[in-house]
Design a protein around this ligand. Structure first.
Ligand code: IFM
Length: 461
Protein backbone atom coordinates (compact mmCIF):
# COMPACT_ATOMS: atom_id res chain seq x y z
CA UNK A 1 0.00 0.00 0.00
CA UNK A 2 1.41 3.37 -0.95
CA UNK A 3 2.16 5.85 1.85
CA UNK A 4 0.96 8.79 -0.29
CA UNK A 5 -2.24 10.13 1.29
CA UNK A 6 -5.41 9.20 -0.54
CA UNK A 7 -6.41 12.24 -2.61
CA UNK A 8 -9.66 13.97 -1.57
CA UNK A 9 -12.92 13.09 -3.28
CA UNK A 10 -15.39 15.66 -4.64
CA UNK A 11 -17.74 17.33 -2.15
CA UNK A 12 -21.09 15.54 -2.24
CA UNK A 13 -19.49 12.21 -3.19
CA UNK A 14 -21.71 9.43 -1.77
CA UNK A 15 -19.94 7.13 0.69
CA UNK A 16 -21.79 4.00 1.61
CA UNK A 17 -21.95 0.36 2.56
CA UNK A 18 -24.00 -2.36 0.85
CA UNK A 19 -25.83 -5.47 2.04
CA UNK A 20 -28.63 -7.69 0.75
CA UNK A 21 -31.73 -9.08 2.43
CA UNK A 22 -31.16 -12.83 2.26
CA UNK A 23 -27.52 -12.48 3.26
CA UNK A 24 -28.21 -10.65 6.52
CA UNK A 25 -31.84 -10.65 7.61
CA UNK A 26 -32.66 -14.18 8.79
CA UNK A 27 -36.25 -14.52 10.11
CA UNK A 28 -37.49 -16.42 7.04
CA UNK A 29 -41.11 -16.72 8.20
CA UNK A 30 -41.43 -13.50 10.26
CA UNK A 31 -44.36 -11.18 9.53
CA UNK A 32 -45.77 -13.47 6.86
CA UNK A 33 -42.69 -13.79 4.63
CA UNK A 34 -43.03 -16.50 1.98
CA UNK A 35 -40.29 -18.83 0.73
CA UNK A 36 -37.73 -17.66 -1.80
CA UNK A 37 -35.63 -19.66 -4.25
CA UNK A 38 -32.67 -19.24 -1.91
CA UNK A 39 -34.54 -20.84 1.01
CA UNK A 40 -35.27 -23.82 -1.21
CA UNK A 41 -31.78 -24.00 -2.67
CA UNK A 42 -29.89 -23.60 0.62
CA UNK A 43 -32.01 -26.25 2.32
CA UNK A 44 -31.32 -28.79 -0.42
CA UNK A 45 -28.36 -31.03 0.50
CA UNK A 46 -24.98 -30.33 -1.06
CA UNK A 47 -25.69 -26.86 -2.46
CA UNK A 48 -23.82 -24.70 0.08
CA UNK A 49 -20.15 -25.22 1.03
CA UNK A 50 -20.70 -25.47 4.80
CA UNK A 51 -24.27 -26.79 4.64
CA UNK A 52 -25.58 -23.56 6.18
CA UNK A 53 -28.66 -21.55 5.20
CA UNK A 54 -29.75 -17.92 5.53
CA UNK A 55 -32.34 -18.83 8.19
CA UNK A 56 -30.54 -16.68 10.77
CA UNK A 57 -27.68 -15.07 8.81
CA UNK A 58 -26.77 -11.88 10.74
CA UNK A 59 -30.18 -11.75 12.46
CA UNK A 60 -30.49 -8.24 11.07
CA UNK A 61 -34.30 -8.54 11.23
CA UNK A 62 -33.98 -8.28 15.02
CA UNK A 63 -30.75 -6.26 15.19
CA UNK A 64 -31.27 -3.57 12.58
CA UNK A 65 -31.11 -0.77 15.16
CA UNK A 66 -27.62 -1.95 16.22
CA UNK A 67 -26.60 -2.16 12.57
CA UNK A 68 -27.82 1.37 11.81
CA UNK A 69 -25.81 2.55 14.85
CA UNK A 70 -22.73 0.86 13.34
CA UNK A 71 -23.31 2.76 10.08
CA UNK A 72 -23.75 5.96 11.99
CA UNK A 73 -20.41 5.37 13.75
CA UNK A 74 -18.85 4.77 10.35
CA UNK A 75 -19.91 8.20 9.13
CA UNK A 76 -21.30 6.96 5.80
CA UNK A 77 -23.80 9.09 3.93
CA UNK A 78 -25.72 6.17 2.36
CA UNK A 79 -26.79 2.59 3.01
CA UNK A 80 -27.61 0.24 0.15
CA UNK A 81 -29.90 -2.58 1.33
CA UNK A 82 -32.26 -4.82 -0.58
CA UNK A 83 -35.97 -5.38 -0.05
CA UNK A 84 -36.98 -9.05 0.10
CA UNK A 85 -39.71 -9.60 -2.49
CA UNK A 86 -41.11 -12.60 -0.49
CA UNK A 87 -41.70 -10.28 2.49
CA UNK A 88 -43.74 -7.90 0.33
CA UNK A 89 -45.59 -10.50 -1.76
CA UNK A 90 -45.23 -13.84 0.00
CA UNK A 91 -46.72 -15.67 -2.97
CA UNK A 92 -45.05 -13.46 -5.60
CA UNK A 93 -48.31 -11.78 -6.65
CA UNK A 94 -51.22 -9.92 -5.10
CA UNK A 95 -51.52 -7.07 -2.61
CA UNK A 96 -48.71 -5.94 -0.36
CA UNK A 97 -48.11 -7.78 2.89
CA UNK A 98 -48.09 -4.69 5.12
CA UNK A 99 -46.18 -6.25 8.08
CA UNK A 100 -43.32 -7.18 5.72
CA UNK A 101 -43.11 -3.62 4.41
CA UNK A 102 -43.31 -2.24 7.97
CA UNK A 103 -39.79 -3.53 8.56
CA UNK A 104 -38.34 -1.50 5.69
CA UNK A 105 -40.45 1.48 6.65
CA UNK A 106 -38.84 1.51 10.10
CA UNK A 107 -35.39 0.92 8.63
CA UNK A 108 -35.74 3.86 6.24
CA UNK A 109 -36.94 6.12 9.07
CA UNK A 110 -34.06 5.04 11.31
CA UNK A 111 -31.60 5.76 8.52
CA UNK A 112 -33.09 9.19 7.88
CA UNK A 113 -32.88 9.96 11.60
CA UNK A 114 -29.18 9.03 11.47
CA UNK A 115 -28.61 11.27 8.43
CA UNK A 116 -27.97 8.27 6.13
CA UNK A 117 -29.53 8.14 2.65
CA UNK A 118 -31.52 4.94 2.07
CA UNK A 119 -30.57 3.31 -1.25
CA UNK A 120 -32.98 0.45 -1.95
CA UNK A 121 -32.32 -2.48 -4.28
CA UNK A 122 -35.58 -4.13 -5.25
CA UNK A 123 -34.18 -7.50 -6.30
CA UNK A 124 -31.05 -9.16 -4.99
CA UNK A 125 -31.77 -12.72 -6.21
CA UNK A 126 -34.47 -13.80 -3.73
CA UNK A 127 -37.33 -14.61 -6.11
CA UNK A 128 -40.53 -15.80 -4.40
CA UNK A 129 -40.55 -19.58 -4.82
CA UNK A 130 -44.08 -19.66 -6.32
CA UNK A 131 -42.80 -17.51 -9.21
CA UNK A 132 -39.95 -19.94 -9.81
CA UNK A 133 -42.46 -22.79 -9.78
CA UNK A 134 -44.22 -20.96 -12.62
CA UNK A 135 -40.97 -20.72 -14.63
CA UNK A 136 -38.98 -18.04 -12.79
CA UNK A 137 -37.04 -15.59 -14.93
CA UNK A 138 -37.29 -17.96 -17.90
CA UNK A 139 -40.96 -17.02 -17.95
CA UNK A 140 -41.96 -13.66 -19.46
CA UNK A 141 -44.70 -13.07 -16.91
CA UNK A 142 -42.11 -12.70 -14.12
CA UNK A 143 -41.10 -9.35 -15.64
CA UNK A 144 -44.64 -8.01 -15.23
CA UNK A 145 -44.84 -9.42 -11.69
CA UNK A 146 -41.60 -7.59 -10.85
CA UNK A 147 -43.03 -4.25 -11.99
CA UNK A 148 -46.10 -4.79 -9.80
CA UNK A 149 -43.88 -5.52 -6.84
CA UNK A 150 -41.80 -2.40 -7.58
CA UNK A 151 -44.99 -0.36 -7.53
CA UNK A 152 -45.99 -1.75 -4.10
CA UNK A 153 -42.61 -0.94 -2.58
CA UNK A 154 -42.46 2.53 -4.10
CA UNK A 155 -46.00 3.27 -2.87
CA UNK A 156 -44.75 2.72 0.67
CA UNK A 157 -41.14 3.97 0.61
CA UNK A 158 -41.08 6.25 -2.44
CA UNK A 159 -41.12 9.42 -0.37
CA UNK A 160 -37.90 8.54 1.49
CA UNK A 161 -35.64 6.31 -0.59
CA UNK A 162 -32.95 8.49 -2.20
CA UNK A 163 -31.85 6.10 -4.95
CA UNK A 164 -33.68 3.09 -6.35
CA UNK A 165 -31.80 0.15 -7.81
CA UNK A 166 -34.03 -2.24 -9.72
CA UNK A 167 -31.86 -5.36 -10.02
CA UNK A 168 -28.58 -6.47 -8.54
CA UNK A 169 -26.11 -8.19 -10.88
CA UNK A 170 -28.55 -9.72 -13.37
CA UNK A 171 -25.51 -11.25 -15.12
CA UNK A 172 -24.53 -13.27 -12.04
CA UNK A 173 -28.14 -14.27 -11.39
CA UNK A 174 -28.55 -15.45 -14.99
CA UNK A 175 -25.19 -17.16 -15.33
CA UNK A 176 -24.90 -18.87 -11.94
CA UNK A 177 -28.61 -19.31 -11.22
CA UNK A 178 -29.79 -20.40 -14.67
CA UNK A 179 -26.58 -21.05 -16.64
CA UNK A 180 -24.37 -23.20 -14.39
CA UNK A 181 -26.69 -23.97 -11.47
CA UNK A 182 -24.21 -22.99 -8.75
CA UNK A 183 -26.76 -20.53 -7.35
CA UNK A 184 -30.52 -20.65 -6.85
CA UNK A 185 -32.65 -21.73 -8.58
CA UNK A 186 -29.97 -24.23 -9.63
CA UNK A 187 -30.75 -24.54 -13.34
CA UNK A 188 -27.82 -25.50 -15.61
CA UNK A 189 -28.94 -24.36 -19.05
CA UNK A 190 -25.75 -22.72 -20.36
CA UNK A 191 -26.73 -20.39 -23.24
CA UNK A 192 -30.36 -21.54 -23.03
CA UNK A 193 -30.45 -19.31 -19.94
CA UNK A 194 -30.68 -16.27 -22.24
CA UNK A 195 -34.42 -15.71 -21.54
CA UNK A 196 -33.48 -15.20 -17.86
CA UNK A 197 -31.36 -12.26 -19.02
CA UNK A 198 -34.02 -10.82 -21.29
CA UNK A 199 -36.85 -11.12 -18.78
CA UNK A 200 -34.78 -9.55 -16.00
CA UNK A 201 -34.03 -6.64 -18.34
CA UNK A 202 -37.68 -6.37 -19.35
CA UNK A 203 -38.66 -6.45 -15.66
CA UNK A 204 -36.12 -3.68 -15.03
CA UNK A 205 -37.61 -1.49 -17.80
CA UNK A 206 -41.17 -2.05 -16.58
CA UNK A 207 -40.08 -1.36 -13.00
CA UNK A 208 -38.40 1.92 -14.05
CA UNK A 209 -41.79 3.07 -15.38
CA UNK A 210 -43.53 1.95 -12.17
CA UNK A 211 -40.99 3.80 -10.02
CA UNK A 212 -41.20 6.99 -12.11
CA UNK A 213 -44.97 7.02 -11.53
CA UNK A 214 -44.46 6.99 -7.76
CA UNK A 215 -41.25 8.86 -6.98
CA UNK A 216 -38.97 11.61 -8.21
CA UNK A 217 -35.87 9.91 -6.78
CA UNK A 218 -33.22 8.71 -9.23
CA UNK A 219 -33.37 5.17 -10.59
CA UNK A 220 -30.47 2.83 -11.33
CA UNK A 221 -29.52 -0.79 -11.96
CA UNK A 222 -26.41 -2.47 -10.49
CA UNK A 223 -24.40 -4.66 -12.86
CA UNK A 224 -21.31 -6.70 -12.19
CA UNK A 225 -18.39 -5.94 -14.52
CA UNK A 226 -15.03 -7.57 -15.10
CA UNK A 227 -12.36 -6.38 -17.54
CA UNK A 228 -11.42 -9.34 -19.73
CA UNK A 229 -7.94 -10.17 -20.95
CA UNK A 230 -6.37 -13.04 -22.81
CA UNK A 231 -4.45 -15.14 -20.30
CA UNK A 232 -1.17 -16.71 -21.30
CA UNK A 233 0.27 -16.28 -24.73
CA UNK A 234 -2.27 -14.85 -27.15
CA UNK A 235 0.31 -14.75 -29.92
CA UNK A 236 1.02 -18.46 -29.54
CA UNK A 237 -2.73 -19.11 -29.73
CA UNK A 238 -2.97 -17.02 -32.88
CA UNK A 239 0.03 -18.71 -34.41
CA UNK A 240 -1.45 -22.13 -33.66
CA UNK A 241 -4.41 -21.70 -35.95
CA UNK A 242 -3.86 -18.31 -37.55
CA UNK A 243 -7.35 -17.13 -36.61
CA UNK A 244 -6.87 -15.26 -33.35
CA UNK A 245 -9.10 -17.60 -31.37
CA UNK A 246 -7.97 -16.25 -28.04
CA UNK A 247 -9.06 -12.73 -28.98
CA UNK A 248 -12.39 -14.05 -30.21
CA UNK A 249 -12.83 -15.92 -26.93
CA UNK A 250 -12.09 -12.71 -24.97
CA UNK A 251 -14.58 -10.75 -27.10
CA UNK A 252 -17.25 -13.44 -26.57
CA UNK A 253 -16.77 -13.41 -22.80
CA UNK A 254 -16.74 -9.60 -22.73
CA UNK A 255 -20.05 -9.58 -24.64
CA UNK A 256 -21.56 -12.02 -22.16
CA UNK A 257 -20.29 -10.49 -18.93
CA UNK A 258 -19.96 -6.80 -19.69
CA UNK A 259 -22.25 -6.00 -22.62
CA UNK A 260 -25.24 -8.35 -22.56
CA UNK A 261 -27.04 -6.19 -20.01
CA UNK A 262 -25.51 -2.76 -20.51
CA UNK A 263 -25.76 -2.46 -24.31
CA UNK A 264 -29.57 -2.85 -24.35
CA UNK A 265 -29.96 -0.73 -21.19
CA UNK A 266 -28.19 2.13 -22.93
CA UNK A 267 -30.15 1.77 -26.16
CA UNK A 268 -27.73 -0.28 -28.27
CA UNK A 269 -29.68 -3.56 -28.38
CA UNK A 270 -28.10 -6.94 -27.68
CA UNK A 271 -24.51 -7.67 -28.63
CA UNK A 272 -23.85 -10.66 -30.84
CA UNK A 273 -23.69 -13.59 -28.45
CA UNK A 274 -22.59 -16.89 -29.93
CA UNK A 275 -24.95 -19.65 -28.78
CA UNK A 276 -27.80 -17.52 -27.43
CA UNK A 277 -31.22 -17.81 -29.05
CA UNK A 278 -32.95 -14.40 -29.05
CA UNK A 279 -36.47 -15.86 -29.52
CA UNK A 280 -37.63 -14.40 -26.19
CA UNK A 281 -37.26 -10.83 -27.54
CA UNK A 282 -40.56 -9.36 -28.80
CA UNK A 283 -41.25 -6.16 -30.70
CA UNK A 284 -41.08 -3.17 -28.39
CA UNK A 285 -39.08 -4.91 -25.63
CA UNK A 286 -35.83 -3.12 -26.42
CA UNK A 287 -37.52 0.27 -26.08
CA UNK A 288 -38.88 -0.71 -22.64
CA UNK A 289 -35.44 -1.92 -21.54
CA UNK A 290 -33.75 1.29 -22.72
CA UNK A 291 -35.89 3.53 -20.48
CA UNK A 292 -33.46 6.23 -19.30
CA UNK A 293 -31.75 5.59 -15.97
CA UNK A 294 -30.16 8.27 -13.79
CA UNK A 295 -27.23 6.31 -12.41
CA UNK A 296 -25.37 3.16 -13.47
CA UNK A 297 -24.43 0.99 -10.50
CA UNK A 298 -21.08 -0.73 -11.02
CA UNK A 299 -20.09 -3.74 -8.91
CA UNK A 300 -16.44 -4.68 -9.34
CA UNK A 301 -14.39 -7.41 -7.71
CA UNK A 302 -11.80 -8.71 -10.17
CA UNK A 303 -10.71 -9.00 -13.80
CA UNK A 304 -11.18 -12.22 -15.80
CA UNK A 305 -8.66 -14.24 -17.78
CA UNK A 306 -9.83 -16.04 -20.88
CA UNK A 307 -8.35 -18.31 -23.51
CA UNK A 308 -9.67 -20.11 -26.58
CA UNK A 309 -11.82 -23.13 -25.70
CA UNK A 310 -10.80 -26.70 -26.35
CA UNK A 311 -12.36 -28.27 -29.40
CA UNK A 312 -15.87 -29.51 -28.72
CA UNK A 313 -16.39 -27.17 -25.73
CA UNK A 314 -20.01 -25.97 -25.42
CA UNK A 315 -18.70 -22.47 -24.63
CA UNK A 316 -16.88 -20.05 -26.95
CA UNK A 317 -14.25 -19.28 -24.25
CA UNK A 318 -12.46 -20.91 -21.37
CA UNK A 319 -11.94 -19.04 -18.10
CA UNK A 320 -8.42 -19.26 -16.65
CA UNK A 321 -6.58 -17.79 -13.68
CA UNK A 322 -4.73 -14.55 -14.33
CA UNK A 323 -1.19 -14.96 -13.02
CA UNK A 324 0.75 -12.44 -10.98
CA UNK A 325 -1.85 -11.00 -8.61
CA UNK A 326 -2.28 -11.33 -4.86
CA UNK A 327 -5.52 -13.15 -4.09
CA UNK A 328 -8.38 -12.81 -1.62
CA UNK A 329 -9.68 -15.74 0.45
CA UNK A 330 -12.07 -16.38 -2.43
CA UNK A 331 -9.06 -16.81 -4.73
CA UNK A 332 -10.04 -13.68 -6.67
CA UNK A 333 -7.14 -11.61 -8.02
CA UNK A 334 -6.68 -8.24 -6.31
CA UNK A 335 -6.43 -5.79 -9.23
CA UNK A 336 -7.35 -2.20 -8.38
CA UNK A 337 -6.19 -1.04 -11.81
CA UNK A 338 -8.96 -3.19 -13.25
CA UNK A 339 -11.46 -0.82 -11.67
CA UNK A 340 -9.91 2.21 -13.33
CA UNK A 341 -9.77 0.33 -16.63
CA UNK A 342 -13.40 -0.69 -16.24
CA UNK A 343 -14.63 2.83 -15.43
CA UNK A 344 -12.70 4.51 -18.22
CA UNK A 345 -13.66 1.64 -20.55
CA UNK A 346 -17.37 2.19 -19.85
CA UNK A 347 -16.92 5.85 -20.72
CA UNK A 348 -15.09 4.98 -23.94
CA UNK A 349 -17.61 2.33 -24.93
CA UNK A 350 -20.81 4.25 -24.19
CA UNK A 351 -19.78 7.92 -24.45
CA UNK A 352 -22.64 10.30 -23.76
CA UNK A 353 -25.11 7.45 -23.32
CA UNK A 354 -23.44 6.67 -19.99
CA UNK A 355 -25.17 8.21 -16.96
CA UNK A 356 -23.17 9.06 -13.81
CA UNK A 357 -21.72 5.96 -12.16
CA UNK A 358 -21.82 4.88 -8.54
CA UNK A 359 -19.64 1.95 -7.51
CA UNK A 360 -22.40 0.05 -5.73
CA UNK A 361 -20.18 -2.85 -4.54
CA UNK A 362 -16.44 -3.14 -3.95
CA UNK A 363 -14.83 -5.35 -1.36
CA UNK A 364 -12.96 -8.53 -0.51
CA UNK A 365 -13.13 -11.68 1.60
CA UNK A 366 -10.36 -12.55 4.03
CA UNK A 367 -10.20 -15.05 6.89
CA UNK A 368 -10.51 -12.44 9.62
CA UNK A 369 -10.13 -13.87 13.11
CA UNK A 370 -10.35 -11.94 16.42
CA UNK A 371 -7.04 -11.78 18.32
CA UNK A 372 -6.57 -12.61 22.02
CA UNK A 373 -8.03 -9.21 22.98
CA UNK A 374 -11.00 -9.73 20.68
CA UNK A 375 -9.79 -7.18 18.11
CA UNK A 376 -9.96 -7.94 14.41
CA UNK A 377 -7.07 -6.65 12.28
CA UNK A 378 -7.59 -6.80 8.54
CA UNK A 379 -4.73 -4.91 6.89
CA UNK A 380 -5.37 -6.71 3.57
CA UNK A 381 -8.87 -5.21 3.39
CA UNK A 382 -7.50 -1.73 4.16
CA UNK A 383 -4.95 -2.12 1.35
CA UNK A 384 -7.68 -3.42 -0.97
CA UNK A 385 -10.01 -0.49 -0.30
CA UNK A 386 -7.21 2.05 -0.47
CA UNK A 387 -6.13 0.69 -3.88
CA UNK A 388 -9.65 0.61 -5.26
CA UNK A 389 -10.42 4.13 -4.04
CA UNK A 390 -7.25 5.40 -5.72
CA UNK A 391 -8.50 3.71 -8.90
CA UNK A 392 -11.86 5.48 -8.62
CA UNK A 393 -10.13 8.81 -7.99
CA UNK A 394 -7.90 8.25 -11.03
CA UNK A 395 -10.95 7.47 -13.18
CA UNK A 396 -12.57 10.71 -12.00
CA UNK A 397 -9.39 12.53 -13.00
CA UNK A 398 -9.64 10.75 -16.37
CA UNK A 399 -13.05 12.41 -16.81
CA UNK A 400 -15.38 9.59 -15.73
CA UNK A 401 -18.36 10.86 -13.75
CA UNK A 402 -18.24 8.67 -10.62
CA UNK A 403 -20.40 10.00 -7.79
CA UNK A 404 -20.34 7.30 -5.12
CA UNK A 405 -18.61 4.25 -3.66
CA UNK A 406 -20.20 1.55 -1.49
CA UNK A 407 -18.15 -1.07 0.33
CA UNK A 408 -19.37 -4.64 0.14
CA UNK A 409 -20.11 -5.18 2.93
CA UNK A 410 -21.06 -3.62 6.26
CA UNK A 411 -21.11 -7.02 7.98
CA UNK A 412 -19.61 -10.44 7.50
CA UNK A 413 -22.64 -12.26 6.13
CA UNK A 414 -24.00 -15.35 4.40
CA UNK A 415 -22.13 -15.59 1.12
CA UNK A 416 -24.51 -17.63 -1.04
CA UNK A 417 -23.06 -21.01 -2.10
CA UNK A 418 -20.04 -20.32 0.16
CA UNK A 419 -22.25 -20.07 3.27
CA UNK A 420 -20.44 -18.49 6.22
CA UNK A 421 -16.97 -19.35 4.92
CA UNK A 422 -16.24 -15.99 3.26
CA UNK A 423 -16.07 -12.81 5.35
CA UNK A 424 -16.53 -9.53 3.45
CA UNK A 425 -17.45 -7.21 6.34
CA UNK A 426 -15.99 -4.04 7.80
CA UNK A 427 -17.61 -5.48 10.92
CA UNK A 428 -16.81 -9.00 12.11
CA UNK A 429 -19.81 -11.13 13.06
CA UNK A 430 -19.53 -14.09 15.39
CA UNK A 431 -22.28 -16.22 13.89
CA UNK A 432 -22.68 -18.25 17.12
CA UNK A 433 -23.39 -15.22 19.32
CA UNK A 434 -24.19 -12.54 16.71
CA UNK A 435 -21.62 -10.27 18.43
CA UNK A 436 -20.51 -7.49 16.07
CA UNK A 437 -16.88 -6.29 16.27
CA UNK A 438 -15.72 -3.45 14.02
CA UNK A 439 -12.50 -4.48 12.26
CA UNK A 440 -9.53 -2.15 11.77
CA UNK A 441 -10.85 -1.50 8.22
CA UNK A 442 -13.99 0.01 9.81
CA UNK A 443 -11.87 2.66 11.56
CA UNK A 444 -9.85 3.20 8.35
CA UNK A 445 -12.98 3.65 6.24
CA UNK A 446 -14.50 5.99 8.86
CA UNK A 447 -11.38 8.15 8.76
CA UNK A 448 -11.47 8.09 4.95
CA UNK A 449 -15.10 9.12 4.53
CA UNK A 450 -14.98 11.82 7.20
CA UNK A 451 -11.90 13.61 5.74
CA UNK A 452 -12.39 17.06 4.24
CA UNK A 453 -13.68 16.81 0.66
CA UNK A 454 -12.28 18.45 -2.44
CA UNK A 455 -14.25 20.73 -4.78
CA UNK A 456 -17.58 19.37 -6.05
CA UNK A 457 -17.78 17.76 -9.48
CA UNK A 458 -20.68 18.73 -11.81
CA UNK A 459 -22.77 15.70 -10.74
CA UNK A 460 -22.15 15.91 -6.99
CA UNK A 461 -22.97 19.62 -6.68
O1 IFM B 1 -22.04 -11.24 -1.73
C1 IFM B 1 -22.07 -10.92 -3.08
C2 IFM B 1 -23.24 -10.01 -3.39
O2 IFM B 1 -24.45 -10.58 -2.99
C3 IFM B 1 -23.32 -9.73 -4.85
N1 IFM B 1 -22.05 -9.24 -5.36
C4 IFM B 1 -20.88 -9.98 -5.01
C5 IFM B 1 -20.81 -10.21 -3.52
C6 IFM B 1 -19.55 -11.02 -3.15
O3 IFM B 1 -19.56 -12.25 -3.79
Amino acid sequence: MTTEPLPPFPAGFRWGVSTSAYQIEGAPTAAGRGPSIWDTFAHAPGRVADGSTGDVACDHWHRHAEDVALMSGLGVSAYRFSVAWPRVQPGGTGPANAPGLDFYDRLVDDLAAAGIDPVATLYHWDLPQPLEDAGGWLHRDTAARFAEYADLVAARLGDRVKLWITLNEPFVHMSMGYGTGEHAPGRALLFDAFPAAHHQLLGHGLAVAALRARTASPVAIANNYSPVSVAGDADADRAADGRGDADRAAAAYDALHNRLFTDPLLGLGYPDLPGANPEAVRDGDLAVIAAPIDVLGVNYYNPTGVRAPDEGSPLPFELVELAGYPRTAFGWPVAPDGLRELLTGLRERYGDRLPPIQVTESGCAYDDVPDAEGRVHDPERIAYLDGHLRAVRAAIDDGVDVTGYFVWSLLDNWEWAEGFTKRFGLVHVDFATQARTPKSSYAWFRDTVTRPAGPASPSTE
